[in-house]
Write a protein that binds this ligand. Structure first.
Ligand SMILES: [Zn+2]
Length: 371
């Protein structure tokens, strides 16, 4: 296959479902694609777009198009009757991409729209009004007009209601793909009109294998600093996109800073040192995204500490050394670890709903009975 975007790792069930729906022309008008950052949501959305844009897509092989392709193929080197039976390029493992697929991957497809936050905290109603004004114009190249909405959970309620008006009676050629980390912030009325496709996390060994085969930096790092390589794999927590980001030098520095805050937090929990806790809160930074990254690390560490009480053979997600994890875990009860874990997860959910930074972190410490 000519492009790495088509080499999707994992998510086999989702891909099979998409392939079935594309081939039988039974795709819904809207999907929510839900999954953690770096778990392949964009790649999956691109894959659906490719399957529909492709010259060999069943939608594009409608009767008159089919005739055109047959005529066209007569002048091509390998003119065969096979072409009409061929699968879209993204489902073929070893054929060249057709022009339509290539155009889409080069961001030159006029029927694919991507709507995002543009650096803002939310997607406002204005962006959705723009979408609504273009939605009734028929597609140009494809039989389908695709709108990918990134970070869909950041749409304001007003924006979601505006989108809903279109989703209730969509033009027949429209497909909405709503990408989000957590669909809980979406209105029930939106969720009821869009089936959810959940991207899955990969195993640590799948992530390690992918990194080594796709990134020179990662390969070098594994040879020169195996412990750091392991930290990247563990920190990626099953997300290839995240793992690739983390191989960057600057990102690696950020990880070690985040891990330092997470280690400090766990150490304060271990000693039940509530006095020093308020002083640690500013170390979470002043952005929700950054604080969420640190909370995710703490969450992984707590998971390790809880599981290692049951068995020392458990595969660790945060600690690179089991002895350290056992020593820390011995100083805390399972119930206490679980309480802190739940408080941390609640804080992550609160950030996903744009909760106030300081307030959320303080409440987390109170809920965990640390303050
Ligand atoms: Zn194609």
């Amino acid at each position: 296959m000519a492009d790495s975007i088509l080499n999707i790792v994992g998510n086999a069930e989702l891909l099979a479902r998409i392939r079935r729906d594309v081939m039988s022309n039974t795709l819904s008008h809207a999907y929510i694609i839900e999954g953690r950052r770096g778990s392949g949501k964009h790649i999956l959305a691109k894959h659906i777009a490719l399957a529909l844009a492709c010259r060999y897509s069943p939608k594009n092989l409608s009767s008159h198009n089919r005739a055109e392709i047959s005529m066209f193929d007569m002048f091509e080197d390998e003119a065969t009757t096979e072409s009409a039976d061929r699968l879209p390029c993204c489902f073929e493992s070893d054929s060249e991409l057709c022009n339509s697929c290539r155009k889409l991957l080069e961001d030159k497809c006029p029927d694919l729209y991507v709507i995002g936050r543009d650096g803002k905290a939310t997607i406002g109603v204005e962006a959705i009004r723009n979408l609504r004004s273009s939605v009734h114009i028929a597609p140009i190249d494809m039989e389908t007009k695709i709108y990918i909405i990134e970070d869909a959970e950041t749409m304001t309620v007003q924006a979601q209601n505006a989108l809903l008006l279109t989703m209730e009676e969509p033009p027949p050629y429209v497909l909405f793909l709503l990408l989000c980390n957590n669909s809980e912030a979406l209105l029930e009325t939106i969720k009821s009109r869009a089936p959810t496709l959940r991207t899955e996390n990969l195993s640590d060994s799948q992530v390690a294998e992918y990194l080594v085969s796709h990134s020179n930096d990662a390969r070098n790092l594994r040879n020169t600093s195996p412990a750091e390589f392991k930290t990247i794999v563990l920190s990626a927590d099953g997300c290839i996109g995240r793992a690739l980001e983390l191989t960057d030098h600057k990102e690696r520095k950020k990880i070690s800073q985040r891990r330092a805050v997470a280690d400090d937090f766990i150490s304060l929990c271990r000693r039940r040192d509530s006095r020093r806790l308020p002083a640690l809160i500013p170390a979470f930074g002043n952005k929700r995204d950054e604080a969420t990254e640190i909370l995710r690390l703490i969450s992984l560490a707590l998971r390790d500490l809880l599981l290692i009480k049951k068995s020392e053979k458990v595969s660790l997600k945060y600690y690179t050394d089991a002895d350290t994890a056992v020593a820390i875990s011995d100083d805390m009860t399972s119930q206490f670890i679980l309480n802190v874990y739940n408080a941390v997860e609640n804080a992550v959910n609160s950030f996903e709903r744009n909760g106030n930074l300081r307030l959320t972190l303080t409440r987390m410490c109170v809920d965990a009975e640390l303050l």
